[in-house]
Write a protein that binds this ligand. Structure first.
Ligand code: FAD
Ligand code: EPU
Length: 345
């Protein structure tokens, strides 16, 4: 194929040099459908991209990348709630800033998470005690084959920890074009996590929570504008009660969080840290010094450096704790998504 190759370096936060045959910036559903049909006609792979903050490109992409830039925010209200509707291509953090400026609370714990509004439901983004599922009312989905839009209620989205229907039944051939939020006027602050517990529940404001979250995040997480990364590289593993009892008898200090379904969530960052891997480096890739769960592009890393480092981290943690980490980051090969666990095993 002798097509011009477009650099993807500035379109994903790991900032690794790689290319695609074509990149389209879509401002409407129609733009997305036109690109999709071109892929069908030319038998090319199709990939939708938000801000590329949860992606690792393993190699050049042999098809068309559609960058989601569907805009627009509207606000309606009833007695109980604000109903906010945002185009999938709106920046997530900018939406939070906007709602707080309008006096609408409820998104503040999710401040500073990179990416687009339309990507937020896919892995049910979460931080500091709140997940997208707690604020999401519905998700509008474009079926690329039929061109029809269907509204999925939050319940229909099957949200779980870093999971939703958009990673399963609706992974292919479907694009999120808009998200609706239900933000109760009777605001309930969530102050269970980290430094938020130090705030005074009697006087706390959403702006204080927002500021505190931003401060905690800036102190731990690398800024992708300076250091390439995709946030937590691995998911926090959820193990069963028997395995947890065994592990905690050996490591009583291990952070652990009982889940509703009987599983116990462990802190992958702690497990990696215990293996002495902070700062560990392979080629240009490194384990972040302040947060071991984040792998960084320290110096001109290749995708192969990141994969080799992820393999080493998974291996060391697995051998020591018999807990096998799985990537949160999505791996994209020449023709589309690849199985990330298989690649780093
Ligand atoms: P992308 O990386 O562009 O896309 C992610 C996946 O979704 C891809 O498979 C893509 O094909 C698909 N996709 C994108 N848009 C659509 C669409 N409209 N319809 C269908 N499919 C689509 N995540 C958390 O949950 N909590 C955190 O605290 C957090 N902190 C982070 C901190 C840093 C520094 C970084 C770099 C990342 C962090 N992340 C966090 C991960 C990331 O921000 C989220 O996963 C975010 O939702 C990704 O948005 P994006 O627009 O960049 O998605
Ligand atoms: N820890 C260490 N060493 C480390 C890192 C963490 O000991 O190097 C310990 C901490 O001291 C703490 C525990 O591990 O006791 C958990 O750490 P932290 O509070 O930083 O949260 P996390 O589990 O590492 C998760 C999410 C983040 C989210 C934060 C805040 C996942 C995979 N990650 O990180 O989401 O921002 O909680 O809620 O669930 C992301 O998904 O990309 C992401 C950044």
């Amino acid at each position: 194929m002798s097509s011009p190759a477009i650099s993807l370096k500035n379109l994903h936060t790991f900032a690794i040099e790689t290319v695609a045959e074509k990149v389209v910036f879509a401002e409407s559903s129609q733009d997305i459908l036109v690109a999709w049909r071109e892929c069908q006609q030319r038998n090319l792979p199709f990939l939708l991209l938000g801000e590329g903050s949860n992606i690792l490109f393993l190699e050049s992409f042999n098809g068309i990348i559609v960058v989601n830039r569907l805009k627009g925010i509207t606000v309606n209200e009833d007695d109980k709630s604000w109903h906010v509707q945002a185009g999938a291509g709106e920046n997530w953090h900018a939406l939070i800033t906007y709602t707080l400026q309008q006096g609408i609370n409820g998104l503040e714990n999710l401040a500073l998470i990179p990416g687009c509004v339309g990507s937020a439901p896919i892995q049910n983004i979460g931080a500091y005690g709140v997940e997208l599922k707690d604020v999401c009312e519905w998700v509008d989905v474009l079926d690329l084959q039929s061109g029809l839009v269907t509204r999925f209620t939050a319940a229909q989205c099957q949200f779980g920890y870093r999971d939703s229907i958009f990673k399963h039944q609706l992974q292919h051939g479907h694009v999120i074009i808009s998200v609706g939020f239900n933000l109760p006027k009777q605001w309930q602050p969530v102050m269970s996590y980290g430094d938020l517990a130090k705030l005074d529940p009697a006087t706390v404001t959403a702006q204080q929570i927002f500021d505190s979250v931003c401060q905690m995040r800036r102190s731990k997480l690398p800024d992708p504008a300076i250091t390439g990364n995709a946030g937590s590289f691995f998911k926090n593993p959820v193990i069963n009660a028997a395995q947890a009892a065994n592990l905690l008898s050996q490591y009583p200090q291990a952070p652990h969080y009982p889940q509703g379904n009987g599983g116990i969530k462990l802190a992958a960052g702690w497990l990696i840290d215990q293996c002495g891997l902070k700062g560990y480096r392979i080629g240009g890739a490194a384990v972040h010094q302040q947060q071991a769960l984040v792998l960084i592009n320290a110096e001109n890393a290749s995708a192969q450096d990141i994969v080799a480092l992820a393999h080493e981290v998974r291996q060391r943690v697995g051998e020591r704790f018999n807990v096998w980490l799985e990537p949160e980051v999505r791996f994209i090969g020449a023709d589309g998504e690849k199985n990330a666990v298989e690649i780093i095993s």
